[in-house]
Ligand binder design. Structure first.
Ligand code: NAD
Ligand code: ISE
Length: 336
């Protein structure tokens, strides 16, 4: 297979950027078909890239010319498209979250295991970010001693006015949940949400900001601030405190300006710019691995584990207490 023929479902914000990256920044792939319930957008994207346009995602998945599928539609639609791709025996890259509930994710896991082949990768792109990777290499080397605590910040300048309170967890902290499991080689065992006062910029009843606290199986405590109306830009921070030192993400490389008695650098406006390199590396790796017939990125099991943690957070919001995370024993199939 010289060129991987890809079909993309969802031609909204991230779907369009992934189509552009598969076309112009990733080698060895071509977008041959797109689909969206918004046919106007889908048709204009299809015309721009010389791809076929389908009204139904299932028809795109069935198209014999489509060798692999990318799912970038709204969260509640991920499950059905991933299941259809597994049924068709096709590799599928699904944007986060894999599905909306742990039960739905477990069903995907079950179907994938029954198919006997790894087919699913979840879009947790931070695992491909150079700075997170440098942090992981240092932590894995043991030179920091055992990790004891981690402090994470996930801020967006403003957020979609349709967002509900749960999005701080399921659409936002889900990235920290995954990256912390990967960075610390540990599973999250319990979660608690602590609610500060709500920002005056929130107009729709969403509880924002939120502080989420996790305890891992080995006893590491992680705090995550999610703040989707911080006004000033997109800001991702992460620091791990070990027994013999601390390690943190740098601010994205920017020139530093000293002027008028001030020293400053720009802050990025939104997520599209912050993780551009990570998305490119993620997709190049997905294309190469798909052509080699393997999955070597966040799996369906990782998608399930992240949502299981998110469910404990949502339960804690109701009870006000620490809630245990219920994750089953990792099946041998996923011990890769
Ligand atoms: P968006 O609203 O801009 O685009 C989603 C598109 O999906 C829309 O065009 C919509 O019409 C289409 N759609 C909805 N239901 C559909 C269906 N049944 N079949 C086909 N198309 C359908 O949203 P977005 O910001 O592009 O987010 C899309 C997904 O990507 C979400 O699940 C989101 O969580 C995820 N996302 C991930 C990242 C990341 O950093 N990894 C960033 C942004 C979004
Ligand atoms: C968006 O959906 C993403 O997944 C981005 O990576 C995240 O940082 C942003 O806050 C979300 O809105």
């Amino acid at each position: 297979m010289t060129v991987l023929q890809v079909g993309v479902i969802g031609t909204g914000a991230i779907g369009r950027t992934h189509i552009e990256r598969l076309t112009n920044h990733v080698t060895g792939a071509r977008v041959v078909a797109v689909s969206d319930i918004n046919q106007e957008t889908a048709q204009s994207v299809a015309a721009q890239y010389g791809a076929k346009c389908y009204a139904q995602g299932e028809d795109l998945i069935r198209d014999p010319e489509v060798q692999a599928v990318v799912v970038c539609s709204w969260d509640p639609t991920h499950e059905k498209y991933v299941l259809a791709a597994i049924e068709a025996g096709k590799f599928v890259f699904c944007e986060k979250p894999l599905a909306e509930t742990a039960d739905s994710c477990r069903n995907i896991v079950k179907q994938e295991m029954e198919s006997g082949k790894h087919l699913v990768q979840v879009g947790f792109m931070r695992r491909f970010d150079t700075d997170y990777r440098a942090m992981k290499a240092r932590l894995d080397s043991g030179s920091m001693g055992a990790p004891l605590m981690a402090h994470c910040v996930h801020r967006n300048a403003t957020s979609n006015s349709q967002y509900e309170t749960k999005v701080n967890v399921t659409g936002t902290a889900i990235h920290e949940i995954d990256v912390m499991r990967w960075l610390l080689n540990d599973d999250i065992a319990a979660a608690k949400i602590v609610q500060p006062r709500v920002s005056k910029y929130v107009k729709n009843g969403q509880k924002d900001p939120q502080i989420i606290v996790f305890q891992t199986k080995t006893g590491i405590i992680i705090d995550v601030e999610t703040f989707l109306h911080c006004q000033y830009g997109y800001d991702i921070q992460c620091e791990v405190v070990g027994e013999e030192g601390t390690i943190r993400l740098p601010d994205p490389a920017q020139v530093i300006v000293r002027q008028k008695a001030k020293c400053s650098f720009d802050i990025l406006e939104d997520w599209r710019y912050r993780f551009i390199d990570a998305y490119n590396i993620e997709f190049q790796s997905w294309v190469n691995n798909t052509k080699a017939g393997i999955v070597d990125g966040p799996t369906a099991w990782d998608g399930y584990a992240a949502i299981a943690v998110a469910e404990a957070c949502l339960k804690s919001r109701e009870t006000g207490k620490w809630e245990a995370v219920h994750i089953e024993e990792t099946p041998e199939f996923y011990l890769i």
